[in-house]
Design a protein. Structure first.
Length: 412
């Protein structure tokens, strides 16, 4: 354990020095900060001219998660026709903020609302907007004993059921990014009836297999033994909400650093997610860092690391003894993508420069998915990396038009 701590401390020191040197090499960004830099989620949406509502749903295992809703757009408030519901689900270490980062003619949530849809943005258990439970607090270690397994088993069906009950629609359209896709792949493969509640499943930067993930931080994390992770960190939170009081050093690195040099901060994010190739508005970085990272559990990060090491799309590996208790077998069960109903329309958008949803891993995923004629669509965006699907300001011309057409077709 002491050796592990020393190795981890060395990594932190080296990373910190690298960030300081990077900061020193950058010049300060001149000009005023964006007006919404200190706005909360609802205020940002309202500032863009849209209504915003907040809801909470409770999962079968007691987690209370937050949904933000944009019920209508700027130009269709008086349209009394029922608006079809669309769920947007964020990726790893992210939150619903990812869908409202850019301007109304650039962010998918706003474009969908203006196109006449009822937009619901989910927040996975354990992120900055979803930290409640019916009988635990987020200071309890037991609260953090989850990974995307539980998000698939409990969060996805509960969220869909809640949106259906609030809108009166029997089916919803689902759009996921990154971890928002692995949740749905896992849910659909273990709950075959779930497809009956969906009009379509659209995945950005789709992930199930991560054997070829090239993100340096993730590959380093994958090298740590699972048991040592647990001993050192415990099953607690990973990259929680950063502020001056609770995490002063991280606050400086994540916020002051980005205020001083937006392009440097973008480079830091790209170290993890890959260099974005789509057009990106660096002036939005000060806003990004007041909402990101969204946080998750250490156990969830371990699960992702296990995927890198094993090259398998499988449930969390607790070790032979605990696996036997939980799964009645010594190894974790693998998810079966062929069990997904061929009746469900699936559309995938991947990027040729994505180092998290690596093209080789996406190819493996596509090969194993049902692909009935007229029900499957796959587009590879040249030069797109992992964040471009949600953050690039040219995503509207590159893909969102097609996405909105696919959502429309799914409700006909």
């Amino acid at each position: 354990v002491h050796k592990m701590r020393a190795s981890w401390l060395s990594f932190v020191v080296v990373a910190t020095v690298a960030l300081v040197l990077l900061l020193a090499s950058c010049s300060r960004v001149d000009g005023a900060l964006p007006i919404d830099v200190n706005y909360n989620f609802t205020q940002i949406v309202n500032h863009r001219g849209f209504p915003c509502e907040t809801f909470h749903y409770t999962t079968e295992d007691g987690y209370i998660n937050t949904l933000f809703r944009i019920p209508y757009g700027r130009f269709n408030k008086n349209n009394v026709t029922s608006r079809p519901p669309v769920i947007l689900q964020h990726g790893l270490l992210d939150s619903s903020f990812t869908w409202i980062l850019n301007m109304p003619d650039q962010s998918l949530s706003f474009l969908l609302a203006d196109a006449g849809y009822d937009v619901w943005m989910g927040n996975s258990r354990g992120n900055i907007y979803s930290t409640q439970h019916v009988n635990m607090t987020n200071s309890d270690l037991k609260y953090w004993q989850f990974s995307w397994d539980e998000m698939a088993k409990y969060d996805i069906p509960a969220m869909i059921s809640f949106v259906k009950s609030r809108t009166g629609f029997s089916r919803v359209a689902y759009i996921g990014h990154s971890q928002g896709t692995i949740q749905m792949f896992a849910a659909l493969s273990t709950q075959p009836q779930l497809h009956e509640q969906l009009t379509t499943f659209i995945g950005f930067g789709p992930v199930a297999y991560v054997a070829h993930m090239e993100s340096l931080p993730f590959r380093l994390l994958a090298k740590f033994d699972v048991d040592e992770w647990v001993k050192y960190f415990g099953f607690s939170d990973f990259l929680p909400e950063v502020n001056k009081t609770t995490h002063p050093i991280l606050w400086y690195l994540f916020e002051e650093f980005c205020y001083e040099c937006a392009s440097c901060c973008a480079n830091g994010i790209e170290l993890i997610c890959g260099k974005h190739q789509g057009a990106f508005n660096d002036t939005r970085m000060p806003v990004v860092v007041t909402h990101e990272p969204g946080g998750t559990s250490v156990q969830n990060m371990i699960h992702w690391a296990q995927g890198v090491r094993t090259s398998k799309f499988q449930m969390f590996d607790y070790g032979t003894e605990e696996n036997q208790k939980r799964y009645n077998q010594p190894t974790p069960p693998q998810y079966n993508l062929s069990a997904i109903s061929p009746e469900l329309s699936i559309a995938l958008y991947s990027g040729s420069q994505d180092i998290l949803a690596d093209p080789k891993d996406v190819q493996t995923l596509v090969q194993l998915l049902p692909k009935p004629a007229g029900k499957f669509y796959w587009q590879v965006l040249a030069d797109y990396a992992h964040l471009d699907f949600a953050w690039a300001i040219d995503a509207r011309t590159q893909m969102y038009g097609t996405v909105i057409d696919q959502v429309a077709a799914s409700f006909t």
